[in-house]
Design a protein around this ligand. Sequence first.
Ligand code: NAD
Ligand code: TDX
Length: 339
Amino acid sequence: MNILVTGGAGFIGSNFVYHMLETYPEYRIVCLDALTYAGNLSTLKDAMENKNFRFVKGDITDKEFIDGLFNEEKFDIVVNFAAESHVDRSIENPDVFLKTNILGTQVLMDASRKYGVKRYHQVSTDEVYGDLPLDQPELFFTEETPIHTSSPYSASKAGADLLVLAYHRTFKLPVTISRCSNNYGPYHFPEKLIPLIISRALNDEKLPVYGMGENVRDWLYVVDHCIAIDRIIHDGRVGEVYNVGGHNERTNLEVVKTILKELGKPESLITFVTDRAGHDMRYAIDPTKISNELGWEPTTTFDEGIKKTVKWYLDNKDWWENILSGEYQNYFKQMYEGR
Ligand code: NAD
Ligand code: TDX
C-alpha cells in the first residue's frame, strides 16, 4: 500500500504519519508538505529514518507538480490534511484559505481521478456545521446537520467538502470525509489555544482568553483522531461522511484553568481580551455513526490527554521555542496588541 499524506509536517498530519508507520510497517508513506509557517520538518525527523517514508516539499495547488508526483508514485490512498487551519488568520487574510483549502483539494482530486487512486480521504472539521447554542446541551452535530459556516476558514473547508462529494457523485471518485472536533496533543502549533496557553504560562506571560471564555469546544486527543482516520480509509463506506468527536466538552476557561493547575501556575495570568469576530459558541459531535459502523471510540480521557500534552511540551521545549523565536513573534504582536 502506497499512501500519500498531504500536510504531514503539520500537527495532525505528522501524528498520522507516525501512527501509520508504527501500525503498518509494510506500508509506504509519502508526505507532501509546502512547509508553510505551520509546517516543520523537525517534526518528522524520526520518520525520516524509516526506509518506508519519503518527504516531498511541494504545494497541493501546483497542478503540474502534483501530476508528476502522482505519475511517479502511483498512490493507492490519498489522505488530505494540507490546509490553512487557523480561524484567526482566516479573518485577517482569507485569500490563501480559499486557494489552499478549496483549489488544493480540487487539484488533488483531479490527480486522484487521473491516476486511479482507490481512496481519496478528506480531513475536514466540525466547524462546517457552524455552532450550537450554550443553553441546549442536548443538541449535537450529526452527519445530517446542515452546513452553516461562520468564518472564512470554515467556509473554505465546507467548500472543499462539497467539492469532494460532487467528485464522488459526478466522477465516481471513491471518497470519504471525516469531520472532527478540536484536537490537542504533541506538535500542535502554539498559535492554537492549548499549546499557546502551555507555552505562555511556562514563560509567565499573560494568557489571552477571548470574550468571557465561555465558548465550548469538544476536545479529542490527536492520536484518537488518527486512529479514526485509519479505520475510515480501510473500512469506511465510499461516499460517506463520518463525524469524529470526543464527548469531551469544556469551556475555554475550564481548559485554561486545567492547564494552569497542571503547571502549578496562577490564574492571575488569565487576561480577558476582545472576542473573536463571529466566534462560534459551542461545538459538540455525535459520533454514533463511526462508533456503530467502524467500532471507533476515543480512548484517551481529557485528564490523561492534557497530562500527556503538558509533559510533551515540557520535554520538547526546543521544538516550540524555535517556533516562538521566529516570524511568529510578529504575528502574535499584530494579533493581540491593544486587543
Ligand atoms: P496545521 O496548520 O498544523 O498543518 C497544516 C499543514 O499543511 C502544514 O504542515 C502546512 O505546511 C501544510 N500546508 C499548508 N498549505 C499547504 C499547501 N498549499 N500545500 C501543501 N501543504 C500545505 O493543521 P492541523 O491542525 O494539523 O490540521 C490538519 C487538517 O485537519 C486541516 O485540514 C484542518 O482543517 C483539519 N482539522 C484540524 C482540527 C484541529 O483541531 N487542529 C480539527 C478538525 C480538522
Ligand atoms: O488566544 C486564544 N484565546 C482564546 O480564547 C486562542 C488562540 C483561542 N481562544 C479560543 C477560541 C476558541 O473558542 O479558544 C478556542 C479554541 O481556539 P483555536 O485553538 O483557535 O481553535 P478553533 O477556533 O476552535 O479551531 C480548531 O478546531 C477546529 C482548529 O484550529 C481548526 O483547524 C479545526 O477545524
